[in-house]
Write a protein that binds this ligand. Structure first.
Ligand code: DGL
Length: 270
């Protein structure tokens, strides 16, 4: 009865952490493609190829449902995977939709036509590949009208977080927020559109100011997964063992993950 959570690296652990708190009895197979991280500076074909290879490896662990806890893969590869790659008895879900549903005041899976919503000026912070895909704007347009989105590609932040260089990550976040504010001085809401960024949430909030509502994905995705599994219990795979797999060097990834979540997380070679 396992499910899979995929990220290019450690960022998806923010989602894993919330899922483990929300569904403590659910065995989770976490997969970090650390060898190829970061994805955010790669082109869409490359991201598609790497994501498919990782998800294929996850099927072998007895999971039928994989959450792409990676906005970059969700934005650049998911649609193409859903169109022609995912086997009929498997599911791959992205992390964009729960976030956009929250922003547009919708319940899970409410596919009614787009309507006016409270928020009008939204700042999006994400990797260069996610920003370039315009997937966020596309998903938003299906659900809301009249929302102005200003997107900031946050180059360097994922590398700094993966390297454990908190000071550099903070400095980069501040400069990316400043750059965005020059184009949109008063956003009402900010989307942290990368699963690495919740680790820098305080810095984003400080730089944006207390009156900006900051949305991050971890809890929203955990709620959404719990709801999905209630409706689709058949998508719980045959796997029974929770594990953390990486394409990187397991010792190094274990140390960084333990530092990242501030508790012991033991990775093994994929
Ligand atoms: N944490 C991922 C995301 O949500 C990927 C970052 C990267 O590999 O560049 O976009």
């Amino acid at each position: 009865m396992a499910v899979g959570i995929f990220d290019s690296g450690l960022g998806g652990l923010t989602v894993y952490d919330r899922v483990a708190a929300r569904l403590p009895d659910l065995p989770v197979v976490y997969f970090a493609d650390s060898k190829h991280n970061p994805y955010g500076v790669r082109d869409a074909d490359d991201i598609y190829r790497l994501t498919c290879a990782s998800v294929e490896r996850m099927w072998e662990e007895g999971v039928d449902l994989v959450i792409l806890a990676c906005n970059t893969a969700s934005a650049a590869a998911l649609r193409r995977m859903q169109e022609n790659w995912i086997p009929k008895d498997k599911r791959v879900l992205g992390v964009f939709v729960p976030l956009i549903e929250a922003l547009t005041e919708r319940d899970w899976g409410d596919n009614s036509p787009p309507r006016e919503v409270e928020v009008k000026h939204v700042a999006l912070f994400a990797t260069p590949a996610t920003v370039m895909s315009r997937a966020f704007q596309r998903e938003l347009a299906f659900r809301a009208i009249g929302v102005d989105v200003e997107a900031q590609p946050c180059g360097g932040v994922v590398d700094a977080i993966e390297e454990g260089d908190e000071m550099l990550a903070e400095a980069l976040v501040r400069s990316h927020v400043e750059a965005l504010k020059r184009r949109m001085p008063h956003p009402q809401a900010a989307i942290l559109g990368c699963t690495h960024y919740p680790l820098m949430q305080d810095t984003f909030q400080q730089a944006l100011g207390a009156d900006v509502k900051v949305y991050s994905q971890a809890s929203l995705v955990a709620e959404s997964l719990s709801d999905y599994l209630d409706r689709h219990p058949d998508m719980l795979g045959s796997g029974t063992e929770a594990k953390f797999l990486t394409t990187g060097e397991p010792r190094t990834v274990t140390d960084k993950a333990t530092q990242f979540l501030r508790r012991k997380i033991e990775f093994e070679a994929a």
